[in-house]
Design a protein around this ligand. Structure first.
Ligand SMILES: [Zn+2]
Length: 615
């Protein structure tokens, strides 16, 4: 605390000595330093919030709107992608200053195929957590995008990072080719009784789903009712030693812990989807293998004890096929959201931070798959639209319940800021920029294990995330392995820009709303060398895809979209997010606009500190 602002840490008697007027009542008391909880609800669009508001509880977002300052439009930066917007929220700076210009981008000066991960890269300017550390304060981060804990600059004193699952989830049905489940030739745990001969159900991922860390899971199919009938009704889950982990009836979830390699807990959630009483079939969803990665060690231990292992995001595999399992998907969303709230409550009890950065990904995960265009001649069928709308509504309620829990920090005298990084807009079709460039000869590829891979000596490459594509030319002299002379590069660049500007759909509507050279990208706040040579932002209704379509050169230019909504475009009110700030003395008002880059200075101002970048 040695570098803290002196007036914030003075003992009361010393304050009285130096500022006797404070005690005499001649001046208002100084604003106390406010502790701040800042929560990002990924993908919570402002326009969508207005549509959902009436279905939400009075204790969540509506409480924040009622009791504090809120914005009709919270304007993200361009492109409206999670890593990009969070780095601007965290620094108060535009992408042209942070250098984080997409979720995945070419780091300027690198070879053609080098990529930087926007979630792990260090912004080129000071962050909120660095500004606080400089002033003797501490930030805790609960999976805040940009705090990966991988380097000193992307680490906070307390936190955990977003992690990928160590083995993917999968759907399983048996008995399959063997025809019947074999008798369970093992002694059942004492707590388990079966009134029909128990059967062994050994669950393994199919070869396509396999991963090194996946081990077979053993269950025993049992008949738990003494009713004289041979009717199986439950699965008993056994651990590696044959002990009982728990029982599952159809519709139940069970946490299956696994032995990890360190102090952290590891495990997976399993759901029994179907079980036929005659033991002829069993269907399960086996969740991915998760393990939280937190620091310091005592935070890891408490998190594991109170919150369990990392449950992982809802699995899109549940939504594949003709009969999507929306219910299970939403149950996973709810569990993941509750995990982040429980982690917040653990961190809140620790109390060893001045600003806490929290994250809730549920709305983004749901909005990508559930929002569908209005029914109509070109739209989806009404039943699908209603189902998707119901799922999206339920996800907003999940997020709203989480919001209500964070808002309880107000009762402790703190500030709560709830915001989002972007909204989404519906898409119906997709475009592969790399495939289009390959057809024009600007990208050359090799075939590796049946997959097209861009050659290191290709004239150009393109990095694609969401609705945004960044084109990079392979410039000789400027880049290791570069092939284009300055004159050649100028010609190719003009051709590529002209080509993408000319692309239209059958109705004469441009496929790209923005085609801008690096210098022209200044008006988007994006004039940074990491942008490469050219930025393409897709037009309405269109999402972009990385890589090459399965059909290769025979694929149509426009393909159906495999998601419902997308973001990562330029300024658009539909992509604006939400913003609420509640705290002692914060004005109650709903104002038209707050910008993403205003957040960090607002937080430091509430604490009486200088903002990021103000040394
Ligand atoms: Zn998203």
């Amino acid at each position: 605390m040695s570098r803290a602002c002196p007036h914030l840490v003075l003992a009361p008697s010393l304050a009285a000595l130096l500022f006797p007027s404070l005690l005499a009542g001649a001046a208002p008391p100084p604003e106390p330093p406010h502790r701040v909880v800042l929560v990002s609800f990924d993908g919570a669009g402002g326009a969508e919030y207005e549509r959902q508001r009436d279905a939400l509880s009075p204790d969540g977002f509506r409480r924040a709107e009622r009791e504090g300052l809120s914005a009709v439009h919270f304007q993200p930066v361009t492109p409206s992608l999670t890593a990009v917007v969070h780095s601007s929220i965290s620094t108060g700076a535009l992408p042209q200053a942070t250098g984080i210009v997409s979720n995945s981008y070419w780091p300027a000066g690198g070879p053609l195929k080098a990529r930087a991960n926007g979630f792990e890269a260090e912004p080129a300017v000071e962050t909120l957590w660095e500004a606080l550390a400089r002033q003797g304060r501490r930030v805790a981060s609960l999976s805040w995008p940009g705090v990966s804990g991988r380097t000193p600059r992307t680490t906070t004193p307390v936190g955990f990072r977003w992690v990928d699952l160590r083995a993917p989830g999968y759907l399983w049905s048996g008995p399959g080719a063997v025809g019947a489940f074999p008798d369970a030739a093992l002694a059942l745990p004492l707590e388990v009784t079966s009134w029909s001969p128990p059967r062994l159900v050994r669950v393994e991922p199919s070869p396509g789903q396999a991963s090194d860390s996946a081990r077979p899971l053993d269950f025993v199919l049992i008949d738990s009712r003494d009713d004289g009938r041979r009717e199986y009704d439950a699965l008993a889950a056994l651990d590696a030693e044959g002990g009982l982990v728990g029982r599952l009836r159809p519709g139940d979830w069970l946490a299956l812990p696994e032995r990890g390699d360190g102090i952290a807990h590891r495990g997976r959630w399993v759901k029994l989807l179907k079980l036929s009483p005659d033991a002829s079939s069993v269907s399960l969803y086996v969740g991915g293998l998760g393990q939280t990665e937190a620091w310091p060690e005592d935070f890891q231990r408490t998190l594991d004890e109170r919150c369990g292992f990392w449950p992982g995001p809802p699995d899109d595999r549940l939504l594949e096929g003709p009969d999507p399992d929306v219910k299970s998907f939403l149950e996973m969303s709810s569990r993941f959201s509750a995990f982040f709230v429980a982690a917040y409550e653990v961190a809140e009890r620790r109390g060893d931070w001045d600003v806490l950065l929290a994250y809730q990904p549920a709305i983004d995960e749901a909005a990508h798959v559930f929002s569908v265009p209005a029914p109509g001649p070109d739209g989806a069928e009404p039943v699908r639209v209603e189902k998707a709308a119901a799922a999206l509504r339920e996800t907003w309620r999940i997020a709203d319940r989480a919001a209500a829990r964070y808002l309880r920090f107000l009762e402790r005298g703190g500030d709560v800021v709830l915001l989002s990084d972007h909204g989404l807009r519906p898409v119906s079709r997709s475009v592969y920029p790399a495939e289009l460039m390959r057809r024009q000869g600007w990208i050359t590829t090799d075939l590796l294990a049946g997959r097209s891979v861009v050659r290191p000596d290709s004239p150009a490459d393109v990095a694609v995330t969401g609705g945004c594509a960044l084109v990079v030319l392979n410039r000789a002299g400027d880049m290791p392995g570069g092939v284009l002379s300055p004159e050649e590069a100028a010609g190719v660049l003009a051709d590529i820009a002209g080509y993408f500007r000319s692309l239209e759909d059958g109705a004469g509507i441009a496929l790209f709303e923005t085609v801008a050279l690096q210098g022209e990208a200044a008006r988007l706040g994006l004039d940074h060398p990491n942008l490469g040579d050219l930025i393409l932002l897709a037009g309405r209704g269109t999402t972009l895809k990385a890589g090459f379509p399965r059909q290769g050169s025979t694929a149509p230019q426009l393909l159906p979209a495999d998601i419902a909504s997308q973001h990562g475009y330029g300024p658009d009110p539909e992509l604006d997010g939400v913003f609420f700030h509640v705290g002692p003395g914060v004005e109650r008002a709903r104002i038209p606009v707050v910008r993403a880059i205003e957040v960090a200075p607002r937080v430091t101002a509430r604490m009486g500190l200088s903002p990021p970048g103000a040394k």
